[in-house]
Design a protein around this ligand. Sequence first.
Ligand code: ADP
Ligand code: FBP
Ligand code: MG
Length: 327
Amino acid sequence: MSTEIKNIAVFTSGGDAPGMNAGIRAVVRACVYYKKNIFGVYRGYEGMIDNDIVKLDARSVSNIIQRGGTILKSARSEEFKTKEGRKKAYENLKSRDIDALIAIGGNGTFTGLHYFGQEYDIPTICLPGTIDNDLPGMDYTIGYDTATNTAVEAIDKIRDTALSHNRLFFIEVMGRHSGYIALNSGIAGGAVAIMMPEDSMTVDELLVKLDAGAEKNKKSSLVVVAEGGQEGTVWEIAEQVKKKAPYYDTKVTILGHLQRGGAPSYFDRVLAGRLGVGAVEALLDGKRDVMIGIKDNKLVFIDFEQIDNKRHEVDPEAVKLAKILAI
Ligand SMILES: Nc1ncnc2c1ncn2[C@@H]1O[C@H](COP(=O)(O)OP(=O)(O)O)[C@@H](O)[C@H]1O
Ligand SMILES: O=P(O)(O)OC[C@H]1O[C@](O)(COP(=O)(O)O)[C@@H](O)[C@@H]1O
Ligand SMILES: [Mg+2]
């Protein structure tokens, strides 16, 4: 292993995701194992610009493996998108001799890291930390499994009341432009339809489906709507349904940020552990400017070009499965 890198900084950025703490812990403990100094940057790129940086050790990350959120806090930083902002950030890192960066964040975080690493010739690796599962080249991002389980738990609860009142519920889930949470929470929650960017369905097509169910004596229905779908907001969709099919007792629930919180699942903890240790080892082996991920149960390293403006496609088989199961 190369001995060139001595001082690594870790930070979390973008929307927080359950398992980020497990990722921080893994990075810190791997650094201690390989006898490297490890720093934590608070509030992502904002803290890098504001010099909000502390030294960490193995005990700094005790008792966080089970906690949602991120002990380093997270932020979205407009200033880091400017050359001046990035210069301030670099100078703060330089003043502590920090010579490598490990970020935990999503596509935006990796984009910033890529430009920063090129501008200042500093080795960087990004761990995929986002509930959206919108990063191509890997199977799952840290936080997606927990967020989807949370959505399913909520959908199950809504099912109870929908059934009791013979109601039609539209349940909006997060995911930005990705339908992953919608698709899999919809399948697991037994939704009659899933409206998502990758498999568009108009309100008229939805009504045909709902009416066919009603004819077969279906009394209540759950429709999962991805926040980034083409048919408009969940409120607009429900409004159209109310107008065109007033015979349904239509309700809307937006799950929102509750999907981002809570204790990470075993899956997200193990994923974060593997990726955190893998990122430190990869950096010390000379890898840089990549997103680390797991595909088919193997560590993979994904270049910026493979991620920039690319979708993480949902599996067409899963889309078909959802339709067969909802018949
Ligand atoms: N083109 C860019 N140049 C520099 N920094 C960027 C760029 N795009 C995103 N970032 C930084 O990454 C942060 C996190 O990105 P965001 O898309 O909000 O979340 P995520 O990383 O979870 O996808 C942004 O707030 C910004 O500071
Ligand atoms: O918390 P905010 O700023 O309202 O952002 C909401 C967005 O963040 C997410 O929860 C997570 O997105 P990122 O991981 O890309 O930051 C999206 O699903 C959602 O669209
Ligand atoms: Mg993102």
